[in-house]
Design a protein. Structure first.
Length: 196
């Protein structure tokens, strides 16, 4: 029974994540979520107290997925690792159809419609991500892997904001060109060490 319960829980989380990333929090109902998950509506309340509680869990999982793909401090090739990080967060997470950055960018874009708890959670997650990325950029500057002279935390914010913009554009244009261009050129052109 525990395994079955876990499967239903996971189906609800995955269904909600897919719907939230495609349509946003405000446009998705509990009825939409249970229909996508293929479970009876009453089952929802056996696992979650509200749509807000489910959205909070989905946001937490996707923020964690973003942070776990950050380059490690000892990364020999920081630019390559940074590119891999941005590619990884724009892909669906393993075994699911949810892209961490796509879901988080959708939540951020519709912030006024989000429950205040989820809005604060997403804002705090972006702040943590920016802080950790800024620290990594600073270390890469000290290691001589990327040019110095730019505020590493401002650069981290810029990269995250540019990534969000690429995601939002990709929601209108279903090709992945804006995401591919961002992952390919942003880290390299913004961070690459300049000779001379």
């Amino acid at each position: 029974m525990v395994v079955r319960g876990k499967r239903i829980h996971d189906k609800l989380v995955e269904a909600a994540g897919e719907l939230f990333q495609d349509f946003g929090y405000a446009s998705v109902s509990i009825r939409n979520i249970v229909a996508k998950a293929g479970v009876p509506k009453g089952t929802f309340y056996s696992y979650f107290t509200s749509k807000e509680a489910l959205a909070s869990l989905v946001a937490e999982q996707q923020l964690q997925a973003v942070l776990t793909t950050l380059p490690v401090e000892s990364s020999v090739e920081f630019i390559g690792s940074l590119k891999e990080h941005f590619v990884a967060i724009n892909r669906p997470t393993q075994g699911q159809a949810v892209s961490p950055m796509r879901l988080l960018a959708t939540f951020a874009a519709e912030a006024p419609a989000l429950p205040s708890v989820t809005k604060k959670q997403v804002a705090a997650g972006f702040a943590t991500w920016s802080s950790q990325l800024g620290n990594l950029i600073f270390k890469a500057q000290m290691d001589g892997q990327i040019r110095e002279g730019q505020d590493p935390h401002a650069l981290a914010d810029f990269l995250i904001n540019a990534c969000q913009g690429a995601i939002i554009r990709a929601k209108c244009d279903r090709t992945t060109e804006s995401l591919r261009a961002f992952a390919q050129f942003a880290p390299e052109n913004l961070l690459a060490k300049r000779d001379g």
